[in-house]
Design a protein around this ligand. Structure first.
Ligand code: HEC
Ligand code: HEC
Length: 489
């Protein structure tokens, strides 16, 4: 457990800030307009997805599935919104997931193999080569109808509960990530992401992943979704999530993780196309999930705070010490009409040529926090890409004001702790962060919480003038803590 650092007083902290000449690291087009933002459950463009359809899609995303629908046998929760909800449906939550595996003799990560149904002399059932460890199971369970009390699910003598075997020593938790605004992220072209490393210093260049798009016959596209950038399409991710989080088979994932205590047929045809097997998702809810996410607005900043001099000072520091080498402030989506996802999706006007501010490059970096899990298949070898196992996707900082457990494993409770935990590729930047105030080297420091706080959302007030005529901001929580600002020349 990382010790909580106390906010200390640095009355002589001088920070030169050149606001007017400040330029951010941005990757944007000339004519692009701003993407709509807001935590308001409204469609991002009614000409793309009407509010009525968006409301219906939200209903599907919030729907709690049960054993009659096909929940499980192994699963993590009953609805997408059970995990993706804060502050509105599609956001984040405190819910984390479990992954595990081990390293073989050559040091390569191998996903876990585990046995279920092994209690009380039962016949064990093996689930092999799968790093996701589901936290819930429908059996042993007996479910009765709410009205008639007739038994509708009857598996008291089977046990599908998964647990991490002792031999699977590489283990991690993964926090739920934000989905709001992801239609814009999906609409970033491969070229834009591929070019980002060219602008990053050597030793800090993000790793690009190439991942299959299910709806385009597994054509490869540059990954951007998930803690390992393990997906590129929201439809592909929805299909995987429906199976992996809820145990609902669907048209791109027709096989259950285990058939133990699985009652609902996985060979049912789709209601809209009898040539296609939809399994437990005959209505194609996965399309509604994808459309729901594509029509959400991007997370908004706290506009009042962002307008303050302190927040602007924070933004300036964020840039000047290099946080935005990885946490890129602005990216621009591909123009409307661009075919993406291996040709399976056309960027609509609602999502095309928009500037977004995700504070991420969506690429993988080793910042010393790697969870040891390799998750993306290297297209050249057909094997897991081991070079990414100790890298994580740059956490997008948009919406970070809604999170209180930070980093992939939720192990950091303050922003300062999360920042100070960055190492390896981020060493230089984090040293600059540590060195922002060095006037009292003896004391442990949260020198910079002010910046983060201002940049990412806690109260700084000001500016005010001190007796020497210097502009400063003072911290709401600790009035003696001051951030001095020198005017740009
Ligand atoms: C038990 C909690 C849980 C449920 C239920 C759940 N998710 Fe997630 N979701 C997560 C977690 C945790 C991650 C991060 C996964 C990772 O990369 O390791 C995630 C990531 C995602 C992402 C990638 C977001 C990004 O940051 O790039 C998408 C898209 C997504 N989920 C969609 C869905 C959909 C659609 C459903 C319903 C079918 C769903 N999720 C159900 C927990 C959940
Ligand atoms: C070399 C790239 C890189 C640099 C430079 C960098 N970060 Fe990060 N940052 C990451 C990665 C990767 C993660 C995710 C790590 C994890 O979850 O294990 C992350 C996570 C974070 C988080 C946690 C967000 C969340 O939702 O959990 C915060 C806050 C953050 N960074 C702020 C900063 C600040 C402030 C700076 C500059 C002082 C900075 N970062 C510099 C790559 C970088």
């Amino acid at each position: 457990m990382i010790k909580l650092l106390r906010v200390l007083v640095f009355p002589l902290l001088f920070v030169a800030i050149a606001v007017p000449i400040w330029t951010s690291r941005i990757v944007e087009g000339q004519s692009a307009s701003e993407a709509p933002t807001g935590f308001d459950t409204l469609t991002n463009d009614p000409t793309f997805v009407s509010q009525a359809t968006h409301d219906d899609d939200r209903g599907t995303f919030e729907e709690r599935d049960d054993v009659v629908k096909g929940l499980g046998p192994v699963y993590n929760a009953q609805s997408c919104a059970e995990c993706h909800q804060n502050p509105v449906t599609g956001g984040i939550s405190q819910i984390s997931e479990l992954r595990a595996g081990h390293n073989d003799g050559s040091g390569n990560f191998v996903p876990a193999t585990l046995t279920i149904n092994d209690g009380g002399g039962l016949t064990g059932v093996t689930i092999a080569n799968r790093s996701l460890i589901n936290q819930r199971a429908t059996c042993p369970g007996v479910v009765t109808d709410l009205v008639t009390h007739a038994v509708i699910y009857n598996h008291p003598n089977e046990q599908a509960q998964e647990r991490v075997p002792g031999a699977e020593t590489v283990r991690t938790r993964r926090m739920t990530t934000n989905l709001l605004g992801l239609g814009f992220v999906e609409s970033i072209s491969n070229t834009t992401l591929q070019n980002i490393p060219n602008g990053q210093p050597s030793g800090m260049k993000g790793q690009v992943t190439f991942v299959p798009v299910a709806e385009a016959n597994n054509a490869l596209r540059i990954g951007r979704f998930g803690w390992k950038s393990q997906d590129a399409s929201l439809l592909t991710f929805s299909s995987g999530a429906y199976l992996n989080e809820m145990g609902i088979t669907n048209r791109f994932n027709t096989a259950e993780v285990t058939t133990l205590c699985d009652d609902v047929s996985d060979t049912t045809r789709c209601n809209n196309n009898s040539n296609v097997v939809c399994g437990e998702d005959p209505d194609n809810d996965i399309d509604a999930f994808a459309r729901f996410m594509r029509a959400t607005k991007a997370p908004s900043r706290d506009a009042r705070l962002a307008a303050t001099a302190s927040a602007q000072a924070g933004a300036s520091l964020f840039h000047s010490i290099g946080c935005d080498i990885c946490h890129i402030a602005t990216l621009t989506t591909a123009p409307a009409g661009t075919l993406i996802n291996g040709g399976a999706f056309t960027v609509p006007a609602a999502l095309g040529n928009k500037n977004i501010h995700p504070y991420s490059d969506f690429l993988l970096h080793d910042v010393g926090t790697g969870d040891g899990i390799a998750q993306v298949i290297d297209p050249n070898t057909g094997q897991l890409d081991q070079t990414m196992k100790n890298k994580m996707r740059t956490a997008p900082l948009w919406g970070v004001r809604t999170r209180n457990e930070l980093m992939h494993d939720g192990e950091n409770y303050t922003r300062n702790e999360a920042i100070l935990r960055h190492a390896n590729e981020a060493n230089g930047v984090i040293n600059s962060y540590r060195n922002l105030s060095t006037n009292d080297a003896k004391e442990p420091v949260d020198r910079f919480s002010e910046f983060l706080v201002t940049r990412l959302g806690t109260p700084w007030v000001g500016p005010a003038l001190n007796s020497a005529g210097l502009t400063y901001l003072h911290c709401f929580a600790e009035p003696r803590l001051r951030l001095h600002i020198r005017k740009a020349r």
